[in-house]
Design a protein around this ligand. Structure first.
Ligand code: AMP
Length: 205
């Protein structure tokens, strides 16, 4: 099962990706998470990516394509994987196409107003490293593990606007996968569980 989940920032794509990967036992390859881990751990990749990530801009394709290609070569990806956050532009889609054939590409769609609302309320847990929401916190702490939470640097309102522009799922990418006959779309305005049911129905087809 070689999957790609597309969706605007704040669509709940990462949360859905984790649910799919757990159910189907495939690795979750999130370029955003790879970059954040490397930045936190001050690796050489992290140092190269940091200024782009913190400004909400895309990390250059040359660097990003190489990281994904290396990751997809690993043993755990041979039976399948789920890509999340990559490809972000048509050049990356072409680069990916040269190394692997995807089975299904699913777009999780959400309106811009809803995205801004969701991202302004998003918090990250310092302990379990999962996203949460101001409405779910218990005494200001992560509802899952009690850890302290923080706002991602790139979830600040002025950066959200830049990210929305930079991270729009382009029609070019959508058409690229439509032409291959592997493109599906669902709406993400529902609760997490309902969205997952919609996704899973597509995966079972
Ligand atoms: P995300 O968690 O997917 O929102 O990604 C966070 C940040 O990582 C983005 O704003 C970019 O700076 C960087 N990033 C993630 N995926 C890519 C990609 N495919 N190409 C370039 N930059 C990326």
């Amino acid at each position: 099962m070689k999957l790609l989940l597309l969706g605007p920032i704040g669509s709940g794509k990462g949360t859905q990706a984790k649910l799919i990967c757990k159910k189907y036992n495939i690795p979750h390859i999130s370029t955003g998470e790879i970059f954040r881990w490397n930045i936190e751990n001050k690796t050489s990749l992290g140092k190269q990516a940091q200024k782009f990530v913190n400004a909400g801009k895309l990390v250059p394709d040359s660097l990003t394509n190489e990281i994904v290609a290396d990751r997809l070569k690993k043993e755990d990806c041979q039976k399948g994987f789920l890509l999340d956050g990559y490809p972000r532009n048509i050049e990356q889609a072409h680069a990916l196409d040269k190394i692997v054939s995807l089975d299904k590409v699913i777009l999780i769609d959400l309106s811009e107003d809803e995205i801004i609302k969701r991202l302004s309320n998003r918090r990250m847990c310092k302990i379990c490293r999962q996203p949460t929401n101001t409405e779910w916190l218990v005494d200001g702490k992560c509802e899952k593990c009690g850890g302290e939470v923080y706002v991602r640097d790139d979830d600040k309102p002025e950066i959200i606007k830049v990210r929305l522009e930079t991270n729009k799922v382009s029609n070019e990418i959508i058409n690229f996968y439509k032409d291959k006959g592997i493109f599906y779309k669902i709406n993400a305005t529902n609760e997490v569980e309902q969205t997952f049911e919609l996704l899973d129905a597509i995966l079972k087809q």
